[in-house]
Each structure stands twice: as structure tokens, then as C-alpha cells.
Design a protein around this ligand. Structure first.
Ligand code: PLP
Length: 386
């Protein structure tokens, strides 16, 4: 069949491929520990679920304005502003079904055919996909293990030019858990202004950061609010992946364009989901803190366990719920290692190469799983590697 060329290089996310292989083994009776999927293992917090259920019972099951309900946009502008020490107007907020549309539609609104887009590699696979669909030229910049998995700024300086329409940042990052330090953010902010580039700052893990660390937003730098899109959402912070609720904060003119793209694609975000989102932001945040402190314990367990294994070294991530251990000494490619570990140790994880070519030599393990299961996975890996 002849498909439009914009779909030519689209592939699925690595996590879905590994999940399918893991399910095939489970169907044969094998026990598999799932460390491949980037989704919290906690239930949606009860007050939030209850708000959604109540909203359905009260008949909030209608269309809303494509850009999102006024009340929710108000709450988001206040909460996101307070957390970043900034002032946002509700008119800058675009609500979407999941955070992903607020990556995709600002990119569609900004990037012309042939425009260059800088993005992190290893990075979230949707960046490369959406740049291609928008007709842009993907320009990957490696993340450096020895610099908290922040950009290789030498490469960044070589590739940025007045052809760079957009720079995508993700801090704390998937798949590495790294946070981009302040100095690097200010370097990138200056380069963006000099080259008249926009920045799309994916801050979906901004609330999942560990003791002693802080994730700053590039939007706080002078001159940046007018050229930055902050993308954030509810999936990770409030364990709401299936509710589909996210948002973007951007200059009002761009928000209006993105709203038009929403109007003619998804229409609007579910009304009861938006009402649950209001409760998530306005209700008690204690559960978020509890969950983050549990993630921190899991992080410490998995990092020390991996570092005890021969051929593996693992940095301690500052945020998100992923580790990205270096396995270059094992003598297998990332893909071979991931297949081998799944087959022999019954642990499903992702090859670093699923996040781009600079992820080769690494694996990604999600520790959004119980400490008990993480320990079991470490024990199985110990038997395989020792
Ligand atoms: N950005 C990053 C870095 C992610 O890891 C994810 C989800 O895995 C998203 C965006 C998308 O979030 P949502 O599920 O709310 O669309």
C-alpha cells in the first residue's frame, strides 16, 4: 500500500515490543518481572478517582472548549506558576488528553518543512516521531553519562544555528532520570535566543525528584517565557496514565493555534477527567510526597543492586523512575542483552538503543514496581551474570 511519506519512518515504542515478548513468555507459563513500562504501579489517588466518578454521576460527560475547562486552566496556571516561581495567565494553558498532544501540536504549529529540531538522544521516542511527522529535520544531541545525562554541549554548540526552529528538553529525563543542571539550562537559553529558536520543555517528571535535587525550568530564564512551551501533566505525578490528562503552557498566540489543532483532531479532553484533574491539583499533595519517597527507596535499592553486578555500572538518577545502567562491559549489544535477560532471567527491561543510537551500551529499567519485585529481578540478574 502507498502511505503518505510523513508516516514512513514511524515505528512503535520499544516498551510495547518488549511487553509483547514478555506476554508471549507468560503465556507459556514463565514468571516475568516487568521493569519495562514507564507507568506508576500505584492506583490513582482515591480523592482524585472519587472526583472523577462523582463527575460522571453528576452528568459531566459532555464536550468542553477544546483548549480545556476554564476552572482547570485557572488551577493549572496557579499551581504551575507557584512551583516554578512564575506568573502564568490561564489563557496560556492548553489542556489535552494526555501530555503527548502538547508535544505534538506545538511542534506542528511551529515547525515548517525542513526546519531543524534539536532533541535529546537517548530520549523519549515520540520526539523523533513527531519531528518527522511535522516535516522537520531531527537533529539528535547526545546525553553524557558523566554529566548527569545532560546534553553534550560541545555537540549542541556545533549543531545549533539559525536553522534550528525548536529545541526539545526533558528534565528530569526519560530514559536516564537525569536533571539538566542550571548552568546547562542557561547556556541553552542563551543559544536559543541568539538563534531565535523555540524551546519545548518536557517537564512531566518535574514532581518526581529526589532529596537534594531540584529540577529548574528553562522558562524561568529572562527572555525565555516568550519562546518556551512547558509540557506537563498528570500521568506520572498522580498515577493517572489511563485518564489521559496533560497540559502545555505557552505564549497565548501559540496556545490559540494549538487549540485549533485540538479542535480539528481530538476535539476536547473528557470533562470528568478534567474535573478529576482539578481535585488532583487542589486536594492534599501528601500522597505525591509519599509516592516519591517510596520511589527514592526503590531507586537506592536498584542502583546499589545493579552496581554489585559484574559488567554493570549505574549512575544514581536525580529524578523520574528510571535507571540507565551502562552495560558496555557485558560484551553484548543493548538489544542482545535485553533479549538475553528476558529469556534467561525473566526480567523485562528495555535496550537503551530503543531511545536512539546514543543509548547503545545501556539498558533502561523502570523502578515503578514493588521493592519485592525489584529485589527478585536483581537476584535473577545476579544468578545470570555471576
Ligand atoms: N514525556 C515523557 C518524557 C514521557 O515519558 C511520557 C510518558 O511516558 C510522556 C511525555 C507522555 O505522557 P502522557 O502519558 O501524559 O501523554
Amino acid at each position: 500500500m502507498n502511505f503518505a511519506s510523513r508516516t514512513k519512518n514511524l515505528t512503535t515504542e520499544g516498551a510495547y515490543q518488549v511487553l509483547a515478548k514478555a506476554h508471549a513468555l507468560e503465556a507459556k507459563g514463565r514468571d516475568i518481572i516487568h521493569l519495562e513500562i514507564g507507568q506508576p504501579d500505584f492506583e490513582t489517588f482515591p480523592n482524585v478517582s472519587q472526583a472523577g466518578i462523582q463527575a460522571i454521576q453528576d452528568g459531566y460527560t459532555r464536550y468542553t472548549p477544546p483548549i480545556g475547562m476554564k476552572e482547570l486552566r485557572q488551577v493549572i496556571s496557579l499551581d504551575a506558576g507557584k512551583r516554578r516561581g512564575m506568573d502564568f495567565h490561564p489563557d496560556q494553558v492548553v489542556v489535552s488528553p494526555g501530555a503527548k498532544p502538547n508535544l505534538f501540536f506545538p511542534t506542528l504549529a511551529l515547525v515548517e518543512e525542513g526546519d531543524e529540531v534539536i532533541y535529546p538522544n537517548p530520549g523519549f521516542p515520540s520526539y523523533d516521531a513527531m519531528i518527522r511527522v511535522a516535516g522537520g529535520k531531527p537533529v539528535p544531541v547526545p546525553l553524557l553519562e558523566n554529566n548527569q545525562f545532560s546534553f553534550d554541549l560541545d555537540v549542541f554548540d556545533q549543531v545549533i544555528s539559525n536553522r534550528t526552529k525548536l529545541i526539545i528538553l526533558n528534565s528530569p529525563g526519560n530514559p536516564t532520570g537525569g536533571i539538566i543542571p542550571m548552568d546547562d539550562l542557561s547556556h541553552i537559553a542563551e543559544a536559543a535566543q541568539k538563534n531565535d529558536s523555540w524551546v519545548l520543555s518536557d517537564e512531566i517528571y518535574a514532581r518526581i525528584i529526589y532529596e537534594g535535587f531540584q529540577a529548574d525550568s528553562i522558562a524561568t530564564y529572562p527572555g525565555m517565557p516568550e519562546r518556551t512551551v512547558i509540557m506537563d501533566g498528570f500521568s506520572k505525578t498522580y498515577s493517572m496514565t489511563g485518564w489521559r490528562l496533560g497540559y502545555g503552557i505557552m505564549p497565548k498566540e501559540l496556545a490559540n493555534k494549538v487549540s485549533l489543532l485540538l479542535t480539528h483532531s481530538v476535539g476536547s479532553t473528557a470533562q470528568f477527567t478534567q474535573i478529576a484533574g482539578i481535585e488532583a491539583l487542589s486536594g492534599s499533595q501528601d500522597q505525591v510526597d509519599l509516592v516519591v519517597s517510596e520511589y527514592q527507596k526503590r531507586r537506592d535499592l536498584i542502583v546499589s543492586g545493579l552496581n554489585d553486578l559484574p559488567g554493570i555500572t549505574c549512575q544514581k538518577p536525580q529524578g523520574a523512575f528510571y535507571v540507565f545502567p551502562n552495560i558496555k562491559e557485558i560484551g553484548k549489544t543493548s538489544q542482545e542483552a535485553a533479549d538475553w535477560i528476558l529469556e534467561k532471567a525473566g526480567v523485562a527491561l528495555l535496550p537503551g538503543s530503543a531511545f536512539g543510537k546514543f543509548g547503545e551500551g545501556y539498558l533502561r529499567l523502570s523502578y515503578a514496581n514493588s521493592r519485592e519485585n525489584i529485589q527478585k529481578a536483581l537476584d535473577s540478574l545476579g544468578v545470570l551474570l555471576n
